[in-house]
Every structure is written in structure tokens, then in C-alpha cells.
Design a protein around this ligand. Sequence first.
Ligand SMILES: NC(=O)C1=CN([C@@H]2O[C@H](COP(=O)(O)OP(=O)(O)OC[C@H]3O[C@@H](n4cnc5c(N)ncnc54)[C@H](O)[C@@H]3O)[C@@H](O)[C@H]2O)C=CC1
Ligand SMILES: O=C(O)CCC(=O)C(=O)O
Length: 490
Amino acid sequence: MPPSALTENIKIQNANGDSAQREVSKSQGMSVSPIDSFHSPLPSASWGMHHKTGLTNSFRASAAGTAPLAKLLKPFKEEDIKILLLENVNQTGKDILSQQGYQVESIKSSLPEDQLIEKIKDIHVLGIRSKTKLTSRVLSHAKNLIVVGCFCIGTNQVDLSYAAQHGICVFNSPFSNSRSVAELVIAEIITLARQLGDRNNEVHQGIWNKVSAKCWEIRGKTLGIIGYGHIGSQLSVLAESMGMDVIYYDVVNLMAMGNARQVPNLEALLSAADFVTCHVPELPETKNMIGVDQLNKMKNGSYLINASRGSVVDIPALIDASRAGKIAGAALDVYPAEPGGNGDYFTNDLNTWAEDLRSLKNVILTPHIGGSTEEAQSAIGIEVAEALVRYVNEGVTLGAVNMPEVTLRSLTTDEPNHARVVFIHQNVPGVLRKVNETLGDHNVDKQMSDSKGDVAYLMADISSVKEGEIADLYHELEKLEARILTRILY
Ligand SMILES: NC(=O)C1=CN([C@@H]2O[C@H](COP(=O)(O)OP(=O)(O)OC[C@H]3O[C@@H](n4cnc5c(N)ncnc54)[C@H](O)[C@@H]3O)[C@@H](O)[C@H]2O)C=CC1
Ligand SMILES: O=C(O)CCC(=O)C(=O)O
């Protein structure tokens, strides 16, 4: 096939008119012959995919004679899609992405910023966990990136608004590791109450120190949960089943599980709880949410647990409270600065107080393992990788955290000359009219548009699209002032 607009390396400018120079290899630049794509016969997309047979649900339904075949929307060579997975993403996720034929590079740790900037320059899809910081500075180098998968719950490590403004969709896994975190906290409550960490260390050092003073059962004790979301509410159920009384504080009025009770403010929780545990997201409002004042309001001899984010607890204040005997013990899984990977050191070079913290009695320190179980990681790998495939292949944003959720029912192989237009744009008046004028010569079979903040996402399936018209459509849409990113999938 002769070179055409479809195979050019098209650069686009971002909405502000500066040259973000995003290569539209994400849609047009990677096109093989549109004829090949139009008649792509094998449904390998993994949305609803049966992993053994490789058939999509709709394909299987069709095989049973109940529905037409779902059409693959891949106007690119799968092997041209470059994916970088950092922080030891689970094999389940790697497999789903590799089975698509994408180029997948997987690295066990996060990368220092300068290396990340180099790597991010030419990838289309990036998978991270909690450690990799995707700041606006880092993302400004990501000229080809269309989507980020956070293989975790938290998305505070990504500048979500910058990403949306630059047409980069971000997904996470909202609850696949919640149970694992809740179970870790249960283990920590008993470990702290019985001083198990210290006893264990002593015997490992050959020291026999059999004590019962200040060691407690957890039955009848009060657990105070700050943040009663997926993790907090799961923990509530587990704690009650072990005989604890549960109170919780949340900015939202939430239904109590079992006999738990919502308290009106943080102070009420701190003054009543024997164990205080934090399960809030990292936000400006949750920064140092537990500091000197809050520690003072806690009961004498109570315990503090933080498996949310390192910014939530003022650790130097906790060190002082522990030394003063105000706090009988603490368990921390997260820290303001965390090592990049296994084998790195947790020292004062990372956090100036690290060695003071390490020296405290009855303080459990874990390396951000709240969600680190086989079950959680395997489920997260599948969930996030499937969302990435769905987004790359079909433009569907269901589950996105920084873009509106937009989907249309799949195009089918009964509709061979259809194309799916994805147009991410500034949420300003008049854009839909202009887009529909551009699409005007085609029948818009179905269309959905929604906005989130400053960014809007439009998806339209149009019919009777001739091969040569796709590039023209693309160029016309790219001319619209409000556009952030255009993709045409067919
Ligand atoms: N240690 C680990 O490995 C893991 C840590 N996490 C962290 O745990 C956090 C919580 O996770 P989920 O329960 O899934 O989140 P979630 O979003 O389901 O629940 C968070 C709750 O906190 C509440 N909240 C927000 N701001 C608050 C404030 N200022 N005061 C009181 N409540 C407030 C929200 O209303 C919500 O109910 C995540 O954001 C993540 O940072 C999550 C998974 C694993
Ligand atoms: O397992 C991880 O890397 C991150 C867990 C976590 O903090 C999260 O899911 O938000």
C-alpha cells in the first residue's frame, strides 16, 4: 500500500497550542492497511475475554448463534504498542498485555526520575504501582502515552489533572487489595496488643523474656477507624467478629457495618479508641492528619496503625509520643519517602528520622505490603490490564479515575465499514456542534459524550466510512481548537 496520511507520523499540538508533539502513533501513525483492520477476523481483545479460548464473550455468544461477532478495533499493529510495566506488576497483567501482541517491558522496581523520563518518551502505555511518581514534569515528556494503569488502589502518585488535560487516561484497581490490607491490620492489632514483634526479636537474639504486663486481649477493646471506605468497612467486619467494638470517623455519612458506630468528628474517635487505624487517601486535608495535637487526644497507652499513605501521620510526632509512653505501640506500612525497590535501605538518607523510628519498642515497620498478597496482586493484574486493553483497543473509559466514564456497545463484524471516533477535548461550549459538523456526512449510529472537570470525552460510532475518508476526518477533528487528542479506531 502506498504511504498515505494513515501511515504518516502525525504530530499534534496540545490544546494550549504549544507543541506537545504527541505522535499519533496511538491511532493513525501505527496503522496497517485499513483494509486489513476493517476485516480483522480474530477477536483477540480481552474485554470479557475467556483466557483459555481467547474468545470474547460476544464472540462466544455469537458462536452459539445468539449475537453478532464483536469487531476488533485495532488500527495499528499490536507489536507497535509499547508498554512499560514498573514495580513488579503481577504475571497475570503481563500475560494479558503480551497475549494482545503488544511489546511489553517489565521492570521489578520503580525508576529514578531521569531514567523514567527517558523511558516514558516513546511508550504508549505505562503500568505502575504506588511508588512511581508521575508528576507533570515527568508526564510532559510522554509524547506517545495514552494511558496509565495504576496496579493498586491509590492514584495520588499521578498528577491526574495534568494527565487528563493531555489526553492521558488513568485507571486503577479500586478494591482488589482491600481485603489484604484489612487482614494485615487485624494481624497488627493482635501483634501490638501482645508485643509480639519485640518478643519475637528477643528470642531470635537468644533472649527469654516472658511478660504479661501491658499485654492485652483485643476482645472488648475499641477500634477507631479513620476513613470508612473499602478497607475501613472491611476491617470493621473482621474486627467485630473478633469481639472488638468499632467506631469510625469519615467525612461522608456512611452506613455502619454490623454494630459499628460513626462518630461525629476525629476528636470523638481519638478519645474513645484503644486502637486508631488510618484508611484515608492522600489529600491535602489528610496530610499530617495525625500530628502532635491528635496524638495528645488519644487515650494513654493506645495504639496507632497507618497503612494508608505516609503523609497522613506526622512521624516525628509519633516518635515523641512513643518515647513519652503516651502511645503503647504503632504499626506503619507507609512512609513519606519509600525506597525504590527491594534491597534499598530505609535509613536517615531517605527520611531524616528513620533510625529513631527503627529504635522504638513495640513499633512494627513493614515495607508497604498492605496489598502484597498473591490473591490481591493476581486480581489487580487482571483488572487493570483488561482496562488498559479495553482502552487501547476500543477507547472505553469505564473505571477511569481522571476522565468521564464513556462506553458504547461494541461494533460488530456485521458493520464492516464503521469507525469509532474518540475525541478528547476541552470542556468548553460549542465543541459537540463542531464535531458533529465534521462527522456530518456519515450516519452517527451511536454517540456518547461526558465531561469531568475541564476535560470532555466523546465517542461516536459512524457508518459508511470509506478507507480514504478516515485520515481526512482525523485531520478535520485535529483542527478543532478545543481538541486534546483524537483517535479513530476501525
Ligand atoms: N498499604 C497499602 O498497601 C495500601 C494502602 N492503601 C491506601 O488506603 C487508602 C484507602 O483505601 P480505600 O479504603 O480503598 O479507599 P476508599 O476511597 O474506599 O475510602 C477512603 C475513605 O476515606 C474517607 N475520607 C476521605 N478524606 C477523609 C478525611 N479528611 N477524613 C475522614 N475520612 C476521609 C472517604 O470518604 C472514604 O470513605 C487508599 O487511598 C490508599 O492510599 C490502599 C491499598 C493498599
Ligand atoms: O502494592 C502496592 O504497590 C501499592 C498498594 C497501595 O498502596 C495501593 O493499592 O494504593
